[in-house]
Design a protein around this ligand. Structure first.
Ligand code: 58G
Length: 230
């Protein structure tokens, strides 16, 4: 799998995705990730990538041309990957979307800034828009990094412990149960005794109960789906 990220902050994206599990997966060749500075594709001396919105209004708009020239560079070097714009107008990104994208072999992630991106770039080059949720950020970098991480960890070989996501492929839309590690007592708080019992059947039942209770209390939307399916 290859990821290309078009951004005004390649160092910021690299800082996140050069580290930890995704960084190690890149070093081991399980995935390739390239960042591209959109500003390098401007044709003006000031390297300006934004301008005033036609029709007026507050703020600035990211111009189509630097984005297009950057995108075209990626496409001519690496082929036409599925091009995704991160924006609050996008389809909600969730685990199902992550699984769908993990089956593709090339993603091009476009990080917008300011009040938005010239719609003509989106029409000409973008295959889909994704949103991480109903909130507004100053740039698409954080959602792009989140998508790379969520998709990257599903690529075979990226997670060392295979069990980590075979468990998830049976994910039934419930929230995870709480986890505990050493010590047995921390700041007067003890680990739930059942987890120390060695009784695997009781442990599995307790975890299931915790998952159900959490989902019902915290995520009535997921709970309604689960009840409907079950
Ligand atoms: C149209 C409008 C195109 C993602 C705005 C591009 C990105 C939140 C999310 C934009 C984002 C999210 C402008 C700044 C989108 C850009 C970017 N905010 N919820 N901000 O996933």
């Amino acid at each position: 799998m290859r990821f290309d990220v078009l951004t005004l902050f390649p160092e910021g994206v690299e800082a996140m995705l050069g580290e930890s599990i995704i960084g190690r997966a890149r070093a081991r060749g399980h995935l390739a990730l390239h960042t591209h500075q959109i500003r390098d594709y401007t044709l003006n001396k000031q390297k300006q990538v934004d301008d005033y919105p036609y029709g007026g209004g507050l703020g600035m708009v990211m111009q189509a041309d630097p984005l297009y020239r950057c995108w075209e560079h990626v496409v001519s070097a690496a082929g036409r990957g599925r091009t995704i714009l991160l924006s609050p107008q996008g389809r909600p990104f969730d685990q199902e979307q992550a699984r769908r994208l993990a089956a593709l072999d090339h993603l091009i992630l476009v990080c917008g800034h300011y009040e938005g991106v010239d719609e003509r770039f989106t029409e000409a080059c973008v295959d889909e828009e994704l949103s991480l949720g109903d909130f507004v950020l100053t740039g698409g970098e954080i959602p792009a990094v989140a998508v790379c991480d969520a998709v990257g960890r599903l690529i075979p070989g990226v997670l060392s412990d295979e069990a980590c996501f075979t468990g998830e492929s049976h994910w039934d839309g419930l929230l995870e149960y709480p986890q505990y590690s050493r010590p047995e007592v921390w700041h007067d708080r003890a680990v739930p005794p059942v987890l120390l019992s060695g009784n695997h059947k009781d442990i599995a039942a307790w975890r299931r109960e915790q998952s159900l209770a959490r989902t019902r209390l915290r995520r009535p939307d997921l709970w309604a789906k689960h009840e409907g399916d079950g």
